[in-house]
Design a protein around this ligand. Structure first.
Ligand code: DHB
Length: 395
């Protein structure tokens, strides 16, 4: 009898414990759920190299660091937006948030595409890590945007100052006619003029199906000492080819620009023609830190036909930012908590020391002046000067 009562009591107690466990279940299940990241990049179309570099870097990050952080698996859902239609990017962002229930959006190969997704991030209170697009104003489009790429004014201002200091007195600017190009043009004009240089002409080339030839002819006719160029990642080789074919190099008109033109992925194909070009940027595959040497080696091993470029750096650091933020929140992927954890974060990136500015949510980083040189039979952007901890100067 005693035994039975005890057994009954035990059952009651166990029953209670079981109930308590059930009540706790949703939370336990939530903690074990994967964190989903919607990665939207161009994997096809004219800007496919941007998506491929970012995707390679994201995969490499997870291969090296594991796919679990703070007890939660991080699952990346890749979407190819084709790179040219903001409506497609926006729809993909909406679907990722509402149907796939992603807690983080990432990628964004071009400025108009980042603009298109920004309201989705705001409405869903979802962090949006901009890994590629570089127009200054982007983070102002949503309080949920954090950028691990760079900004065109940030890369351009040091180039303008360097040019003026190195006895280049007259320049024609030649930029792709959209957000980042216009930022680059305005910034170069402002800083170069302030340093005593003369802008002969500002030329803008269409983004879609560009033919650089007539523009380069105008540059040649204007006879500046240098042409400052910005074209989106992947376009540099075509520009370089026409620059040489039009005889600008032969005419003694130097090419200078942001590192977008001297994209690491394109340098092997550009070959000797690229040697001597001076550019300014935040990342070079030739950056000689132990972190970057390990990265370049691991990247080449995983992707034998590719060289990591600055787009890959944006992707790799974007993943790092997310992983470190999740460590700080103990795996809580609440949008506001992740944002708070990301703001002000500093780390040693493959590009050098970086910080997410807690006020602007943009990346503060060193900008390097690089000269394209032959290194062991391959062209690299060799860093020859460094401007430390540059913030977006705005324009
Ligand atoms: C942007 C795109 C690029 O390919 C690049 O190199 C820089 C900026 C952009 O659209 O913001």
């Amino acid at each position: 009898m005693e035994k039975t009562v005890n057994a009954q009591r035990r059952n009651l107690i166990l029953g209670g414990a079981a109930l308590a466990a059930t009540a706790g279940l949703p939370r336990i299940a939530l903690a074990a759920d994967p964190i989903k990241v919607g990665l939207i990049v161009p994997m096809s179309g004219p800007f496919a190299s941007t998506g491929k570099e970012i995707w390679a870097a994201v995969k490499l990050y997870q291969q090296l660091q594991g796919d679990t952080v703070a007890g939660r698996k991080v699952e990346v859902i890749l979407k190819d937006d084709g790179g040219v239609n903001p409506e497609i990017t926006k729809r993909q962002a909406q679907e990722l948030v509402s149907r796939d229930k992603v807690q983080v959006l990432a990628g964004f190969g071009l400025t108009p595409l980042a603009f298109a997704a920004a309201p989705v991030a705001t409405q869903a209170k979802t962090p949006m890590i901009v890994m590629a697009a570089g127009t200054s104003v982007i983070p102002q489009r949503s309080p949920y945007i954090v950028r691990t790429a760079f900004t065109l004014p940030q890369a351009t201002a040091p180039m303008a100052t360097w040019a003026a200091r190195n006895k280049i007195r007259s320049v024609v600017t030649l930029v792709a006619d959209f957000g980042p190009g216009i930022d680059a043009e305005k910034t170069f004009t402002k800083f170069f003029t302030e340093a005593g240089g003369k802008i002969v002409e500002n030329l803008r080339v269409p983004v879609r199906n560009p033919d650089y030839s007539p523009f380069l002819q105008r540059v040649k006719d204007a006879k500046p000492e240098a042409v400052f160029v910005f074209v989106p990642s992947g376009e540099g080789a075509a520009l370089m080819k026409q620059y040489n074919e039009r005889g600008l190099a032969a005419a003694g008109i130097k090419m200078i620009g942001t590192g977008d033109v001297m994209d690491d992925e394109l340098l092997p194909a550009m070959g000797q023609a690229a040697v001597g070009v001076i550019s300014s940027h935040h990342y070079s595959a030739a950056h000689s830190s132990p972190e970057n040497k390990a990265y370049v080696e691991a990247f080449a091993k995983a992707n034998p036909d590719m060289r990591p470029n600055f787009m890959s750096a944006g992707g790799y650091d974007g993943m790092h930012l997310l992983y470190e933020a999740l460590k700080k929140t103990n795996g809580d992927a609440d949008g506001d908590k992740l944002l708070a954890a990301m703001k002000g974060m500093s780390w040693t990136s493959i590009r050098g020391p970086v910080t997410i500015d807690p006020n602007t949510r943009d990346i503060i980083q060193d900008i390097y002046i690089r000269e394209a040189r032959m290194v062991n039979g391959q062209v690299y952007n060799v860093e020859i000067d460094k401007i430390e901890q540059v913030r977006d100067p705005g324009v």
